[in-house]
Write a protein that binds this ligand. Sequence first.
Ligand SMILES: Cc1ncc(COP(=O)(O)O)c(C=O)c1O
Length: 461
Amino acid sequence: MVGEGADADAGQRAHAVELGRRLAERTGTSKELAQRQRAVLADSRAVVGFRRSTKETLYPLAARSARGVRLTDVDGNEYTDITMGFGALLLGHEPEAVTEAVREHLSHGLRFGPRPVEAGEVAQLLADLTGMERVAFAGSGTEANSAAVRLARAATGRDRIVMFRGSYHGHIDSVLGRPGPDGTHAVPVSHGIPHSAVSELIVLEYGSQEALDTVDALGDTIAAVLVEPVQCRNPALRPVAFLRELRDLTRRRGIVLLFDEMLTGLRPHPRGAQHHFGVVPDLATYGKALGSGFPIGAIAGRADILDGVDGGFWRYGDDSRPETETTFFGGTYMQHPLSMAAAKAVLTHLTTEGPALQERLNARTDMLAEGLNEFFRAEEFPLELSHFGSMFRFTHRADMELLYQHLLLRGIYVWEWRSFYLSTAHTDADVERVSDAVKDSLRALREGGFFPASRPRPRAG
Ligand SMILES: Cc1ncc(COP(=O)(O)O)c(C=O)c1O
């Protein structure tokens, strides 16, 4: 953050220490739990963004209760949630329809083992909402992407996968690559991932002509192009013409176009990014909002590709049989009964409400973005709120860690990866609360010497 001279540095340090002290005083039980459990609980989340300067405030908050958009932590502090289950809680915490469906399911026992009756209904509802032909389920988004990539490879008989820099597709080794020294072939993003796991992965620049040229040049060797249509780390990047060209190109070259709609699915529109870009992929994967907090993943798409799961359609009473060669597909929790009950409730609600549900939510997020961006400009804070539908993040060049600590102190629940979501449970008053907290936080930081004072604005007239 921007400071002014040695005095400001001392002032900034004092501000940061005092902020940390107030936060730790307020959320002491979460901090104490983090310390006590660290020896036995290996948890990457508890160490995200570790810095010596902010180490004293680095611990995940533990919650006692949650409802709607309100969270209460183990110290009894109330928060307005903008983390919303990492994007899963499109309908808020404990939406009545979902909670009721899960309760009703459990009242007859979990019934884990036999196929849940809801599985086929959820498949139909998702197919109807997204326009996809067939659907298979998985236990998480990562599992869904893993299966989708395998299905694409099985359908094309090719191995290469293309993805784009800045996207995230879950934690299977084969998509944990970043561009290598030649700018194209991937290298592993961390220790523990063998080079061989990403040897068939190519990572290109999203939205670039070079990416299209590379896909064209390697066309016959590529099984799938995996796209996070609007990257949660960069919601402002929405290359419409690029995606349309990519659609034509992949169709021409027999490549499976795979949309990872984990965050963009159902949230900005029932048909997700497909609708926004006017592009129909061959496969799309879903999760998060589909389960409303219950673990789920789904692979939806062209019947001939999904037939790789079960061999395709057949009937009783004639000599039809599964005709398509299958690939490996499975998972103990792939149609978890509670996730199926929850997903049915979510999709039924979204179907009943229609796109107006998302339109209202998008408009509320527009309002938050417009208000805050106007404030940042007027008061000369070097920040921007960029958003797509109801997902948003603050973009800034400087380290803004203290902003997030101020927000926690002001009762706004922000998580460690700093991507945020509104839900249908947020009201205009909640949006105002978030907006006021951001403004107050930035003003407090300016008082603490972190930003130069804004210049007086010329008077009108
Ligand atoms: C775009 C995208 N794809 C895939 C995943 C992985 O999903 P999961 O965490 O359910 O495995 C995520 C999770 O954040 C995601 O945002």
